[in-house]
Design a protein around this ligand. Sequence first.
Ligand code: ZN
Length: 462
Amino acid sequence: MNILIKNGKLVTEDKIEDKEILIVDDKIKDLKASFSKSELPSELKIIDVEGKYVMPGLIDAHTHYNLVSRGTVAADKFYEGSVLAAFGGVTTVIDFSDHLPSKEISEGTLYRNSEATGEMAIDWAQHQVITRVDGDVYKELENLKKLGVTAVKIFTTYKSAGYFIEKEPVKEIFKACKKLCLLVTIHAEDDDIIEENSKQIEDKPYPPELLPVVRSSEAEYKAIKDYGEIAGSLDMPIYIVHLSSSRGLDAVKESKANGVNVIVETTPHYLTITNDFLNKEGAQKYLMTPPLREAEDNEALWGGVVSGDISIIATDHCTFTLEQKFQSNDCRTIFPGVPGTEEMLQIVNTDGVEKGLFDITRLVSLLSSEPAKAFGLYPEKGSLEPGTDADILIFDPKAESVLSNDTCHTAAGYTPYDGMKVKGRAETVILRGEIILDDGECLGKRGNGKFLPAGLPGAYKK
Ligand SMILES: [Zn+2]
């Protein structure tokens, strides 16, 4: 479709401009103060946005749609996940592929893409999880890179579940990733500290309020320091997923002071809600790992966003229905994870921009340009440059609403932000020139999303 968006304020990571934007087919054709009639195609839809913001479509760089784990499947499958994402102004997600048993690493990506293809209504890229080293890891990662996956994820915890990798094989993975310019992303919680803290539980009940005690912020601190040291010794970047605590942020700052290039992501839940919820009825709805922390941690993380130590906000969207969540009240068996992709934009606008911590250009940086750069999708995604994919969010910053279990679109049927007053709304969302959301109605089609082969991660660009 050809579209002219008029009277908008174009927002990118570094500026706001009064310009018109012309979309021809699936690409941004040009941006101009005003187009003359002769420059416009004869078939044209004109959208007058009356002073609203026009920005690149958002990217949620951390989702687990259709997650199969512990004998169940997440509530939001690929289609449901991509639809609720569109409601939140998101046109691209980066999801995770498992390391399949007795298969080489890249088989995980192939399998995951075979499941997502034909289902997703928005575009997606993949991160590939690595949980073991079987043979020639360099060769396996080379095969992965050929598929267009340039970020891997490792765990510093979950030894008993088989996710943890010992230090020596980890170094092998790091070295191979450096050679191939792959970004290593890390779930950072020190397993030894968690095991030590677990001794007080052993065969006793393990209710939600004990999760922050066992999975302490010291565990996050230690893991970031240790893996930061490995990265530093090899002179390579690392990416910390879902930073949860003030202590974790200390470790980031210390590692950076030691010269390590640490890229850091946090999530809306670690920024805005606390472990008070874990002491109340229905605590399971708020259970994820790492666990929710204290109000001081929320504040410290916002400080990290403002200082630039945290450059990306993503959601770790991983949902279960209330029936799934409430089948246990023991942390060993509660399915962990919360919704977030739909709420991300409104929360960051309300608690970041509206509270004066930063302006709307930084919101675009945190939720679109930086994740695109970090994961090798820029400028095709995360920018408004002529010639790139026409993924556009028309954002009304003043619309007021209340996040609610009754109106959220997740198949989980609840939002951890129920009752939160928010400002701003994704009014219209365009994916590669097609309108996929308009005034509260999702027009995105199942299967219209496509897999995005990722290029060189930004941290490897000279
Ligand atoms: Zn995750």
